[in-house]
Write a protein that binds this ligand. Sequence first.
Ligand SMILES: *Cc1c(COP(=O)(O)O)cnc(C)c1O
Length: 388
Amino acid sequence: MTASRPPHRWSKRTLTAQAMGKIDPTTKGVVPPIHIATTFIRDPDNQYSSGFVYGRPDNETIREAESVLAMWEEASSAMLFSSGMAAATAVFMALKPGDHVVAPTVMYWALRHWLLTDAKHWGLEIELADTSDLEALRAAVRPGVTKLVWVETPSNPLWTVTDLAAAAEIAHAAGAKLAVDSTAATPVFTRPLTLGADVVMHAATKALNGHSDVVAGALCFREQDAFQQRVALNRKMFGAILGPFEAYLLMRGMRTLDLRVRAASASALDLANRFANHPHVVAVLYPGLESHPQHALAARQMKGGFGHMLSIRTRGGETTAVATAAGIELWKRATSLGGVESLIEHRASIEGPGTPCPPDLLRLSAGIEDVDDLYADLDGALRRAHGG
Ligand SMILES: *Cc1c(COP(=O)(O)O)cnc(C)c1O
């Protein structure tokens, strides 16, 4: 677990490119070594003056990547986990039996599934609400009983937007904490802690790493309070810390975070605009479009871009949607998101029964390829799926 340092003179992009300027003190290498030791020597006076004792609670390579994340999110501390789900479940497991939780109807499907099936075995009472509708959120939150409001914005895979400042007010008035899955927004475009959230979660597997070669998760905290301490205990006791090799790869990926997500977000906006006028597309779901019902809120809350994620609904229903995904050549037909390569997925196929995802929906994760190539490939696949 890494506490952030005082405010910095240099910009976030600058500090990230240089991984906070850290160099190897022994060789003066500009890339710090990967720290792989699981155990550390005790001092003659029986103390551990280095601060390191054992590899399960803590690791220097993990701390270095955490310090970059804490800086981005303006957090008092950051913690890296072995996956996004490990990070998310560590938050829920820090609650107590009987605690009431409000979570969104539209959210990352695996977490929603766990909340609705397994979380009750931990004594948690889970209630789903449309958190993008503040009245619905207000109605679901129970003062003194609700301990956590979990939101995801923009939310997977419909890209609805939740007003974080308002959600924080509603949660706090009831005595609950607000946690935000900010994976799709990335810290480049949204900083939930500065809007009042208490915890930010990232599937670092996605845009933070950006190269589809690491599974990792992160939590960033506004305060180092008792709740944060309980989550830290969970990470230590469940052994959910990220491995040092993965942390090194994540750090290497994050050095270009700012460049990658700005490029991918510009492509996503361009694609959204072009497909909004496509004869074989009935709707484009993207907060950056003026036609998005919450575009004004997204423009206020997301600074500098609307993210790399969008969905299109194809004319002709599920059959054409699946045929389109099968007919692409350049886009990769795969799950996940946030890599430098663009991905396309028929989302309802993977989410299964109970999904709010319409059957004609294709989820697109824009990468950093030439946007004209991306458009041409998908346009061709749509036309072929329609027999033209
Ligand atoms: C992928 C994802 C997760 C889960 O992360 P893993 O690293 O796969 O465990 C959670 N939330 C969102 C929005 C995601 O895209």
